[in-house]
Design a protein. Structure first.
Ligand SMILES: Nc1ncnc2c1ncn2[C@@H]1O[C@H](COP(=O)(O)OP(=O)(O)O)[C@@H](O)[C@H]1O
Ligand SMILES: [Mg+2]
Length: 243
């Protein structure tokens, strides 16, 4: 079953075509990868899948329900979590305070009524521990390294127990040891049933982690398949060399 379906989606900014009749399915239970040269439309695709941009045409479906042009909070509340290429944490709040904001965001969506506040705190700490940054909990989030901020943002979205997680360049600027931690955590969550769609330029990370990879070029997929197949596809090599 496909948990996410993008069908024939187009999106332009003035004269710039970001998505050009783009179709892509994400199968439930997969760690799917999305690669492609800079400007090929990967982030725009995430934005239309999560309600941050409206489509010019085409449809987006989550678990069989239409979500085309739905609001970000609606889509988030349905179980689609995402991170941003440039993290969106609150720099003046401490790490644990950021997690409490995540809890409150859930509370506003009415999903957390079953949690006691001490339970929420415990869960926030567990998630910080899970991504390996609980020792930093009292630091202002703005003081974290770039990679640590990305891990905080990852913990932030896990608060909501998403069914699907979209990660936009999670390994960019993250040191190699932390990249390994991140890959391990993604695999662990995937074993627990979470589906992933990961945009990433680090080819080793993508090729080792993903079950299936789609290659974007000029706003539409040009190849898809198992990592080893995609890697050898001449059209893929040409797309990268040509841009
Ligand atoms: N908000 C925006 N305003 C204008 N142009 C944009 C905007 N977002 C993306 N684009 C353009 O759309 C194209 C696709 O961008 P993007 O989706 O960010 O690519 P990628 O994530 O693959 O690098 C690029 O040409 C980019 O400059
Ligand atoms: Mg991008």
């Amino acid at each position: 079953m496909n948990v996410l379906e993008v069908a024939n989606v187009s999106k332009s900014y003035g004269g710039i075509v970001a998505l050009n009749g783009c179709s892509l399915n994400v199968a439930e239970g997969q760690i799917a990868g999305l690669i492609g040269p800079n400007g090929s439309g990967k982030t725009t695709l995430f934005n239309v899948m999560t309600g941050y941009e409206k489509v010019d045409g085409g449809t987006v479906t989550f678990a069989g329900r239409p979500i085309t042009n739905a609001k970000p909070d609606t889509i988030f509340g349905m179980g689609v979590g995402r991170t941003f290429q440039l993290t969106r944490i609150f720099p003046r709040l401490t790490v644990i305070e950021n997690m409490h904001v995540a809890v409150q965001r859930q509370g506003m969506l009415g999903l957390l009524s079953r949690w006691s506040s001490s339970g929420e705190h415990q869960r926030a700490l567990e998630l910080l521990d899970f991504v390996g940054i609980s020792r930093l909990k009292s630091l202002p989030a703005g003081n974290l390294s770039y990679g640590q901020k990305k891990l905080l943002e990852f913990a932030f979205i896990l608060i909501a127990n998403p069914k699907v997680i979209l990660l936009d360049e999670p390994a960019g600027g993250v040191n190699p040891a932390m990249i390994n931690v991140l890959a391990g955590r993604i695999r662990e969550l995937n074993r627990q049933g979470i589906t992933f769609l990961v945009v990433e330029h680090n080819m080793e990370f993508v090729m080792n982690l993903c079950h299936h990879v789609t290659v974007m070029h000029r706003g539409t997929p040009i190849a898809a398949g198992r990592p080893a197949e995609v890697r050898q596809n001449p059209a893929v090599l040409e797309a990268y060399l040509g841009d």
